[in-house]
Write a protein that binds this ligand. Structure first.
Ligand SMILES: Nc1ncnc2c1ncn2[C@@H]1O[C@H](COP(=O)(O)OP(=O)(O)O)[C@@H](O)[C@H]1O
Ligand SMILES: [Mg+2]
Length: 243
């Protein structure tokens, strides 16, 4: 469903070029929970932004649902973008809108009527267990609640592809686990393809069936990870063929 071939992305600033991703090739199948791990600065977020069509690669190809995204018209690209939702580490809620309006925002941007988006937003709010917060503003929410709201907002468009960039890194361990449990439930019930970036091995291990390890802005390894609690070997110790 997703295929990248020899994909690269550079950022140009005044004095230098940052090689954020080099020669990335991979496939991701429909319905997978695919993890991306690696140290800070190796290009994980850049890769997620390319996969979610927020930015385009400089070279190489990206095929999504059979279309080469770099040769699509603006209109076709926008249609594809509608199949995606993105969840950020810092929740990215709009602080001048109440919880219900935050959740309903993607539908408003698509021209859905007020009644319909309110009904759907209420349903999503219920799904994430925060009905009582409908009229509250994001400033009053805990980190875990804010992430639940951003998940509800992401799900309201029924995306085929769900992108998560460090979704639990700003949360305490217990709250993080609640969010991971919710993500697992969402995958089971709605079956989106989930692509998740994290530097936390236990997060990747809990959720993902296959993982890409990025090192020095290149693919270091792609594979299945071991179902074990022994993570003391770091990124090298998680692969199933190490057993
Ligand atoms: N918009 C940008 N402009 C210039 N450099 C960037 C930009 N975004 C990311 N970078 C650089 O690209 C590299 C990869 O960044 P990023 O994808 O955010 O890595 P990660 O998510 O793994 O920490 C880093 O060196 C970062 O500083
Ligand atoms: Mg990042």
């Amino acid at each position: 469903m997703i295929e990248l071939k020899n994909l690269s992305k550079h950022y140009k600033s005044k004095n230098n070029i940052v090689r954020a991703l080099e020669d990335i090739s991979l496939r991701i199948d429909q319905g997978e929970i695919f993890g991306i791990i690696g140290k800070s600065g190796v290009g994980k977020s850049t890769l997620l932004k390319i996969l979610s069509l927020q930015i385009l690669p400089d070279s190489g190809s990206y095929t999504l649902f059979g279309s080469n995204v770099t040769s699509l018209s603006h209109k076709s690209l926008n249609e594809l973008i509608k199949e995606t939702s993105y969840i950020y580490q810092n929740f990215s809620l709009l602080y001048n809108l109440n919880v219900l309006d935050n959740i309903a925002l993607p539908l408003k941007l698509r021209g859905v009527s007020k009644d319909e988006r309110k009904n759907k937003a209420l349903k999503m709010l219920k799904y994430v267990g925060l009905e009582s917060k409908a009229n509250d503003y994001p400033i009053t929410l805990s980190g875990g609640e804010a992430q639940r709201i951003s998940i509800a907002r992401a799900l309201i468009t029924n995306p085929k592809l769900l992108f998560l960039d460090e979704p639990t890194s700003a949360l305490d361990e217990e709250t993080a686990f609640e969010i991971l449990t919710l993500i697992k439930k969402i995958h089971k019930e709605f079956k989106p393809t989930i692509i998740l970036v994290s530097h936390q091995l236990n997060v990747i291990k809990y959720l993902c069936n296959r993982v890409l390890l990025i090192e020095d802005n290149k693919v270091k390894r792609i594979g299945k990870i071991v179902n074990t609690d022994n993570l003391s070997l770091g990124y090298d110790g998680i692969w199933s063929d190490n057993l």
